[in-house]
Each structure stands twice: as structure tokens, then as C-alpha cells.
Design a protein around this ligand. Sequence first.
Ligand code: ADP
Length: 250
Amino acid sequence: VLAAGSILYLDGVTVSFDGFRALNSLSLVLAPGELRTIVGPNGAGKTTMMDVITGKTRPDKGDVLFDQNIDLTRLDESAIATLGIGRKFQKPTVFEHLSVFENLELALKTNRSTLATLFFRLSGQQAEQIAATLQRVGLADKARQQAGSLSHGQKQWLEIGMLLMQDQRLLLLDEPVAGMTDAETEATAELILDLARDKTRSLVVVEHDMEFVRALGAKVTVLHEGSVLAEGSLDAVQANPKVVEVYLGR
Ligand code: ADP
């Protein structure tokens, strides 16, 4: 019943590694089109949570439902990706020897079956889709440049662009501004806010950079020892004594 209307619903999710609980009865509900920021100290379980959502790790216990009634715990990673759940890891993984445009083209092609890919040529509409994405991620003037020559921040944006080629309904971003300059961090906040404005996809952003978290202005979930410690606006969670203790009290 609680899953009604949600795009992502986690309840009582528990993951143990050799008896150690990386997730301990974790619950999280995400609305369609919602932008959510996840924070928490190292070892809080943020990566394990993403692994559970994408099918990389199977929980010992608990519900993981996508779009109200799709049980993600029964699906493997590729089946989950096909549902429209995309993940961006911390380190950018673009094809360095291809151009920026070709990276996006490849992302569009791998959306299709292998046989279709062999015979697939870009239609005018698809070329336009790539051009619009280049514009959106701020790489319109870099289309012909080799991806390997981009700055660290530009590679991150290209990778987000590659995910956008696949019509994701849920995007998981792991520390998207790690290693970025201040200017790149600001531009990334603008990009994520722009993506959230569409309301066609939900976004989960794991991040340590509190200025960036503030710029996103989204609801914040604080994880600690594998479960939710606090949830609310950044101001509210930062004022929460339990959160203060976890971040400052040791
Ligand atoms: P975070 O991403 O918030 O830093 P993680 O999800 O990576 O936290 O890790 C949560 C806890 O689970 C950590 O204590 C980590 O050492 C442990 N852990 C994560 N993955 C494994 C694994 N494959 N085997 C053993 N322990 C793990």
C-alpha cells in the first residue's frame, strides 16, 4: 500500500557481509520526478543501497519495488537497466578514443538489440536528440573533440549525457562533483536541477559536498550504519542532534 504512487520503494532492506550489516532495515520512498540527495559518513551504506537498487547486490531481507509493483530483488542487473534505471559511478567511464558525439551515438545504439545495432544508422530525429543532449550537458561546442581530451568535469557531463540517451526513469548519481572545480560544481548543480525540472525521471544523488547539496535544494536523506538517521530539508537535517552527533561527535 505504501508503495502506491512511488517510483522507488525500499522497505526493511537488509544486506549482510559475513555477519556485518551494511544495510540494516533501510527504508526509502521516492516519488516519480523527485530529486533526492543521500548523504552520510563513509561506510553508512550509500554504495550498498545503490548496488541493491541496480541488482548488483541482492538483499537478505526487505522489499525493493520499482514503479509500485516491479520486484527488483528478482531481477538481474541487465533486466533492471532495461527498466530504465541508470547509474553513474564516481569515476567517469567514457570512450576516450571516440569523439564526444560518437560517445552519445554509441549510448543511443546500445539502447537497442544487438542485431538492430549492426544495421542502425542515425535518423535525423536521433541526430537532433544527440544535438539537444550536447546542448543540455554544455558540450555543444565539443561534439567533434576526442572524449579523452575533455576535462574531468566535462567527462562527467558527457557520461550523464550518455545516460540521458537511454530515456532513464530513475538516475542514480554517485558523487557527481567529486574532483570538480568550483565552476564545474556549480554547472553540475544547474544541470541536475534542469534534469529534475522535466519531472519525467527521478534522480538520486549521493554527495559529500554540502555546498552542492545546498544548491540542489532537494530533500535530504541521511544514512548511518545502514539505515535512515534523518530525512528532510538540508537545514532540518543539519540541525538534527542525531545528525550533528554522527558528523561531529567522534
Ligand atoms: P558508503 O558508500 O556509505 O561509504 P558502503 O555501502 O560502501 O558505504 O559500505 C557500507 C559498509 O559495508 C562498510 O562498512 C563497508 O566496509 C561494508 N561493505 C561494503 N561492501 C562490502 C563487501 N562486498 N564485503 C564486505 N563488506 C562490505
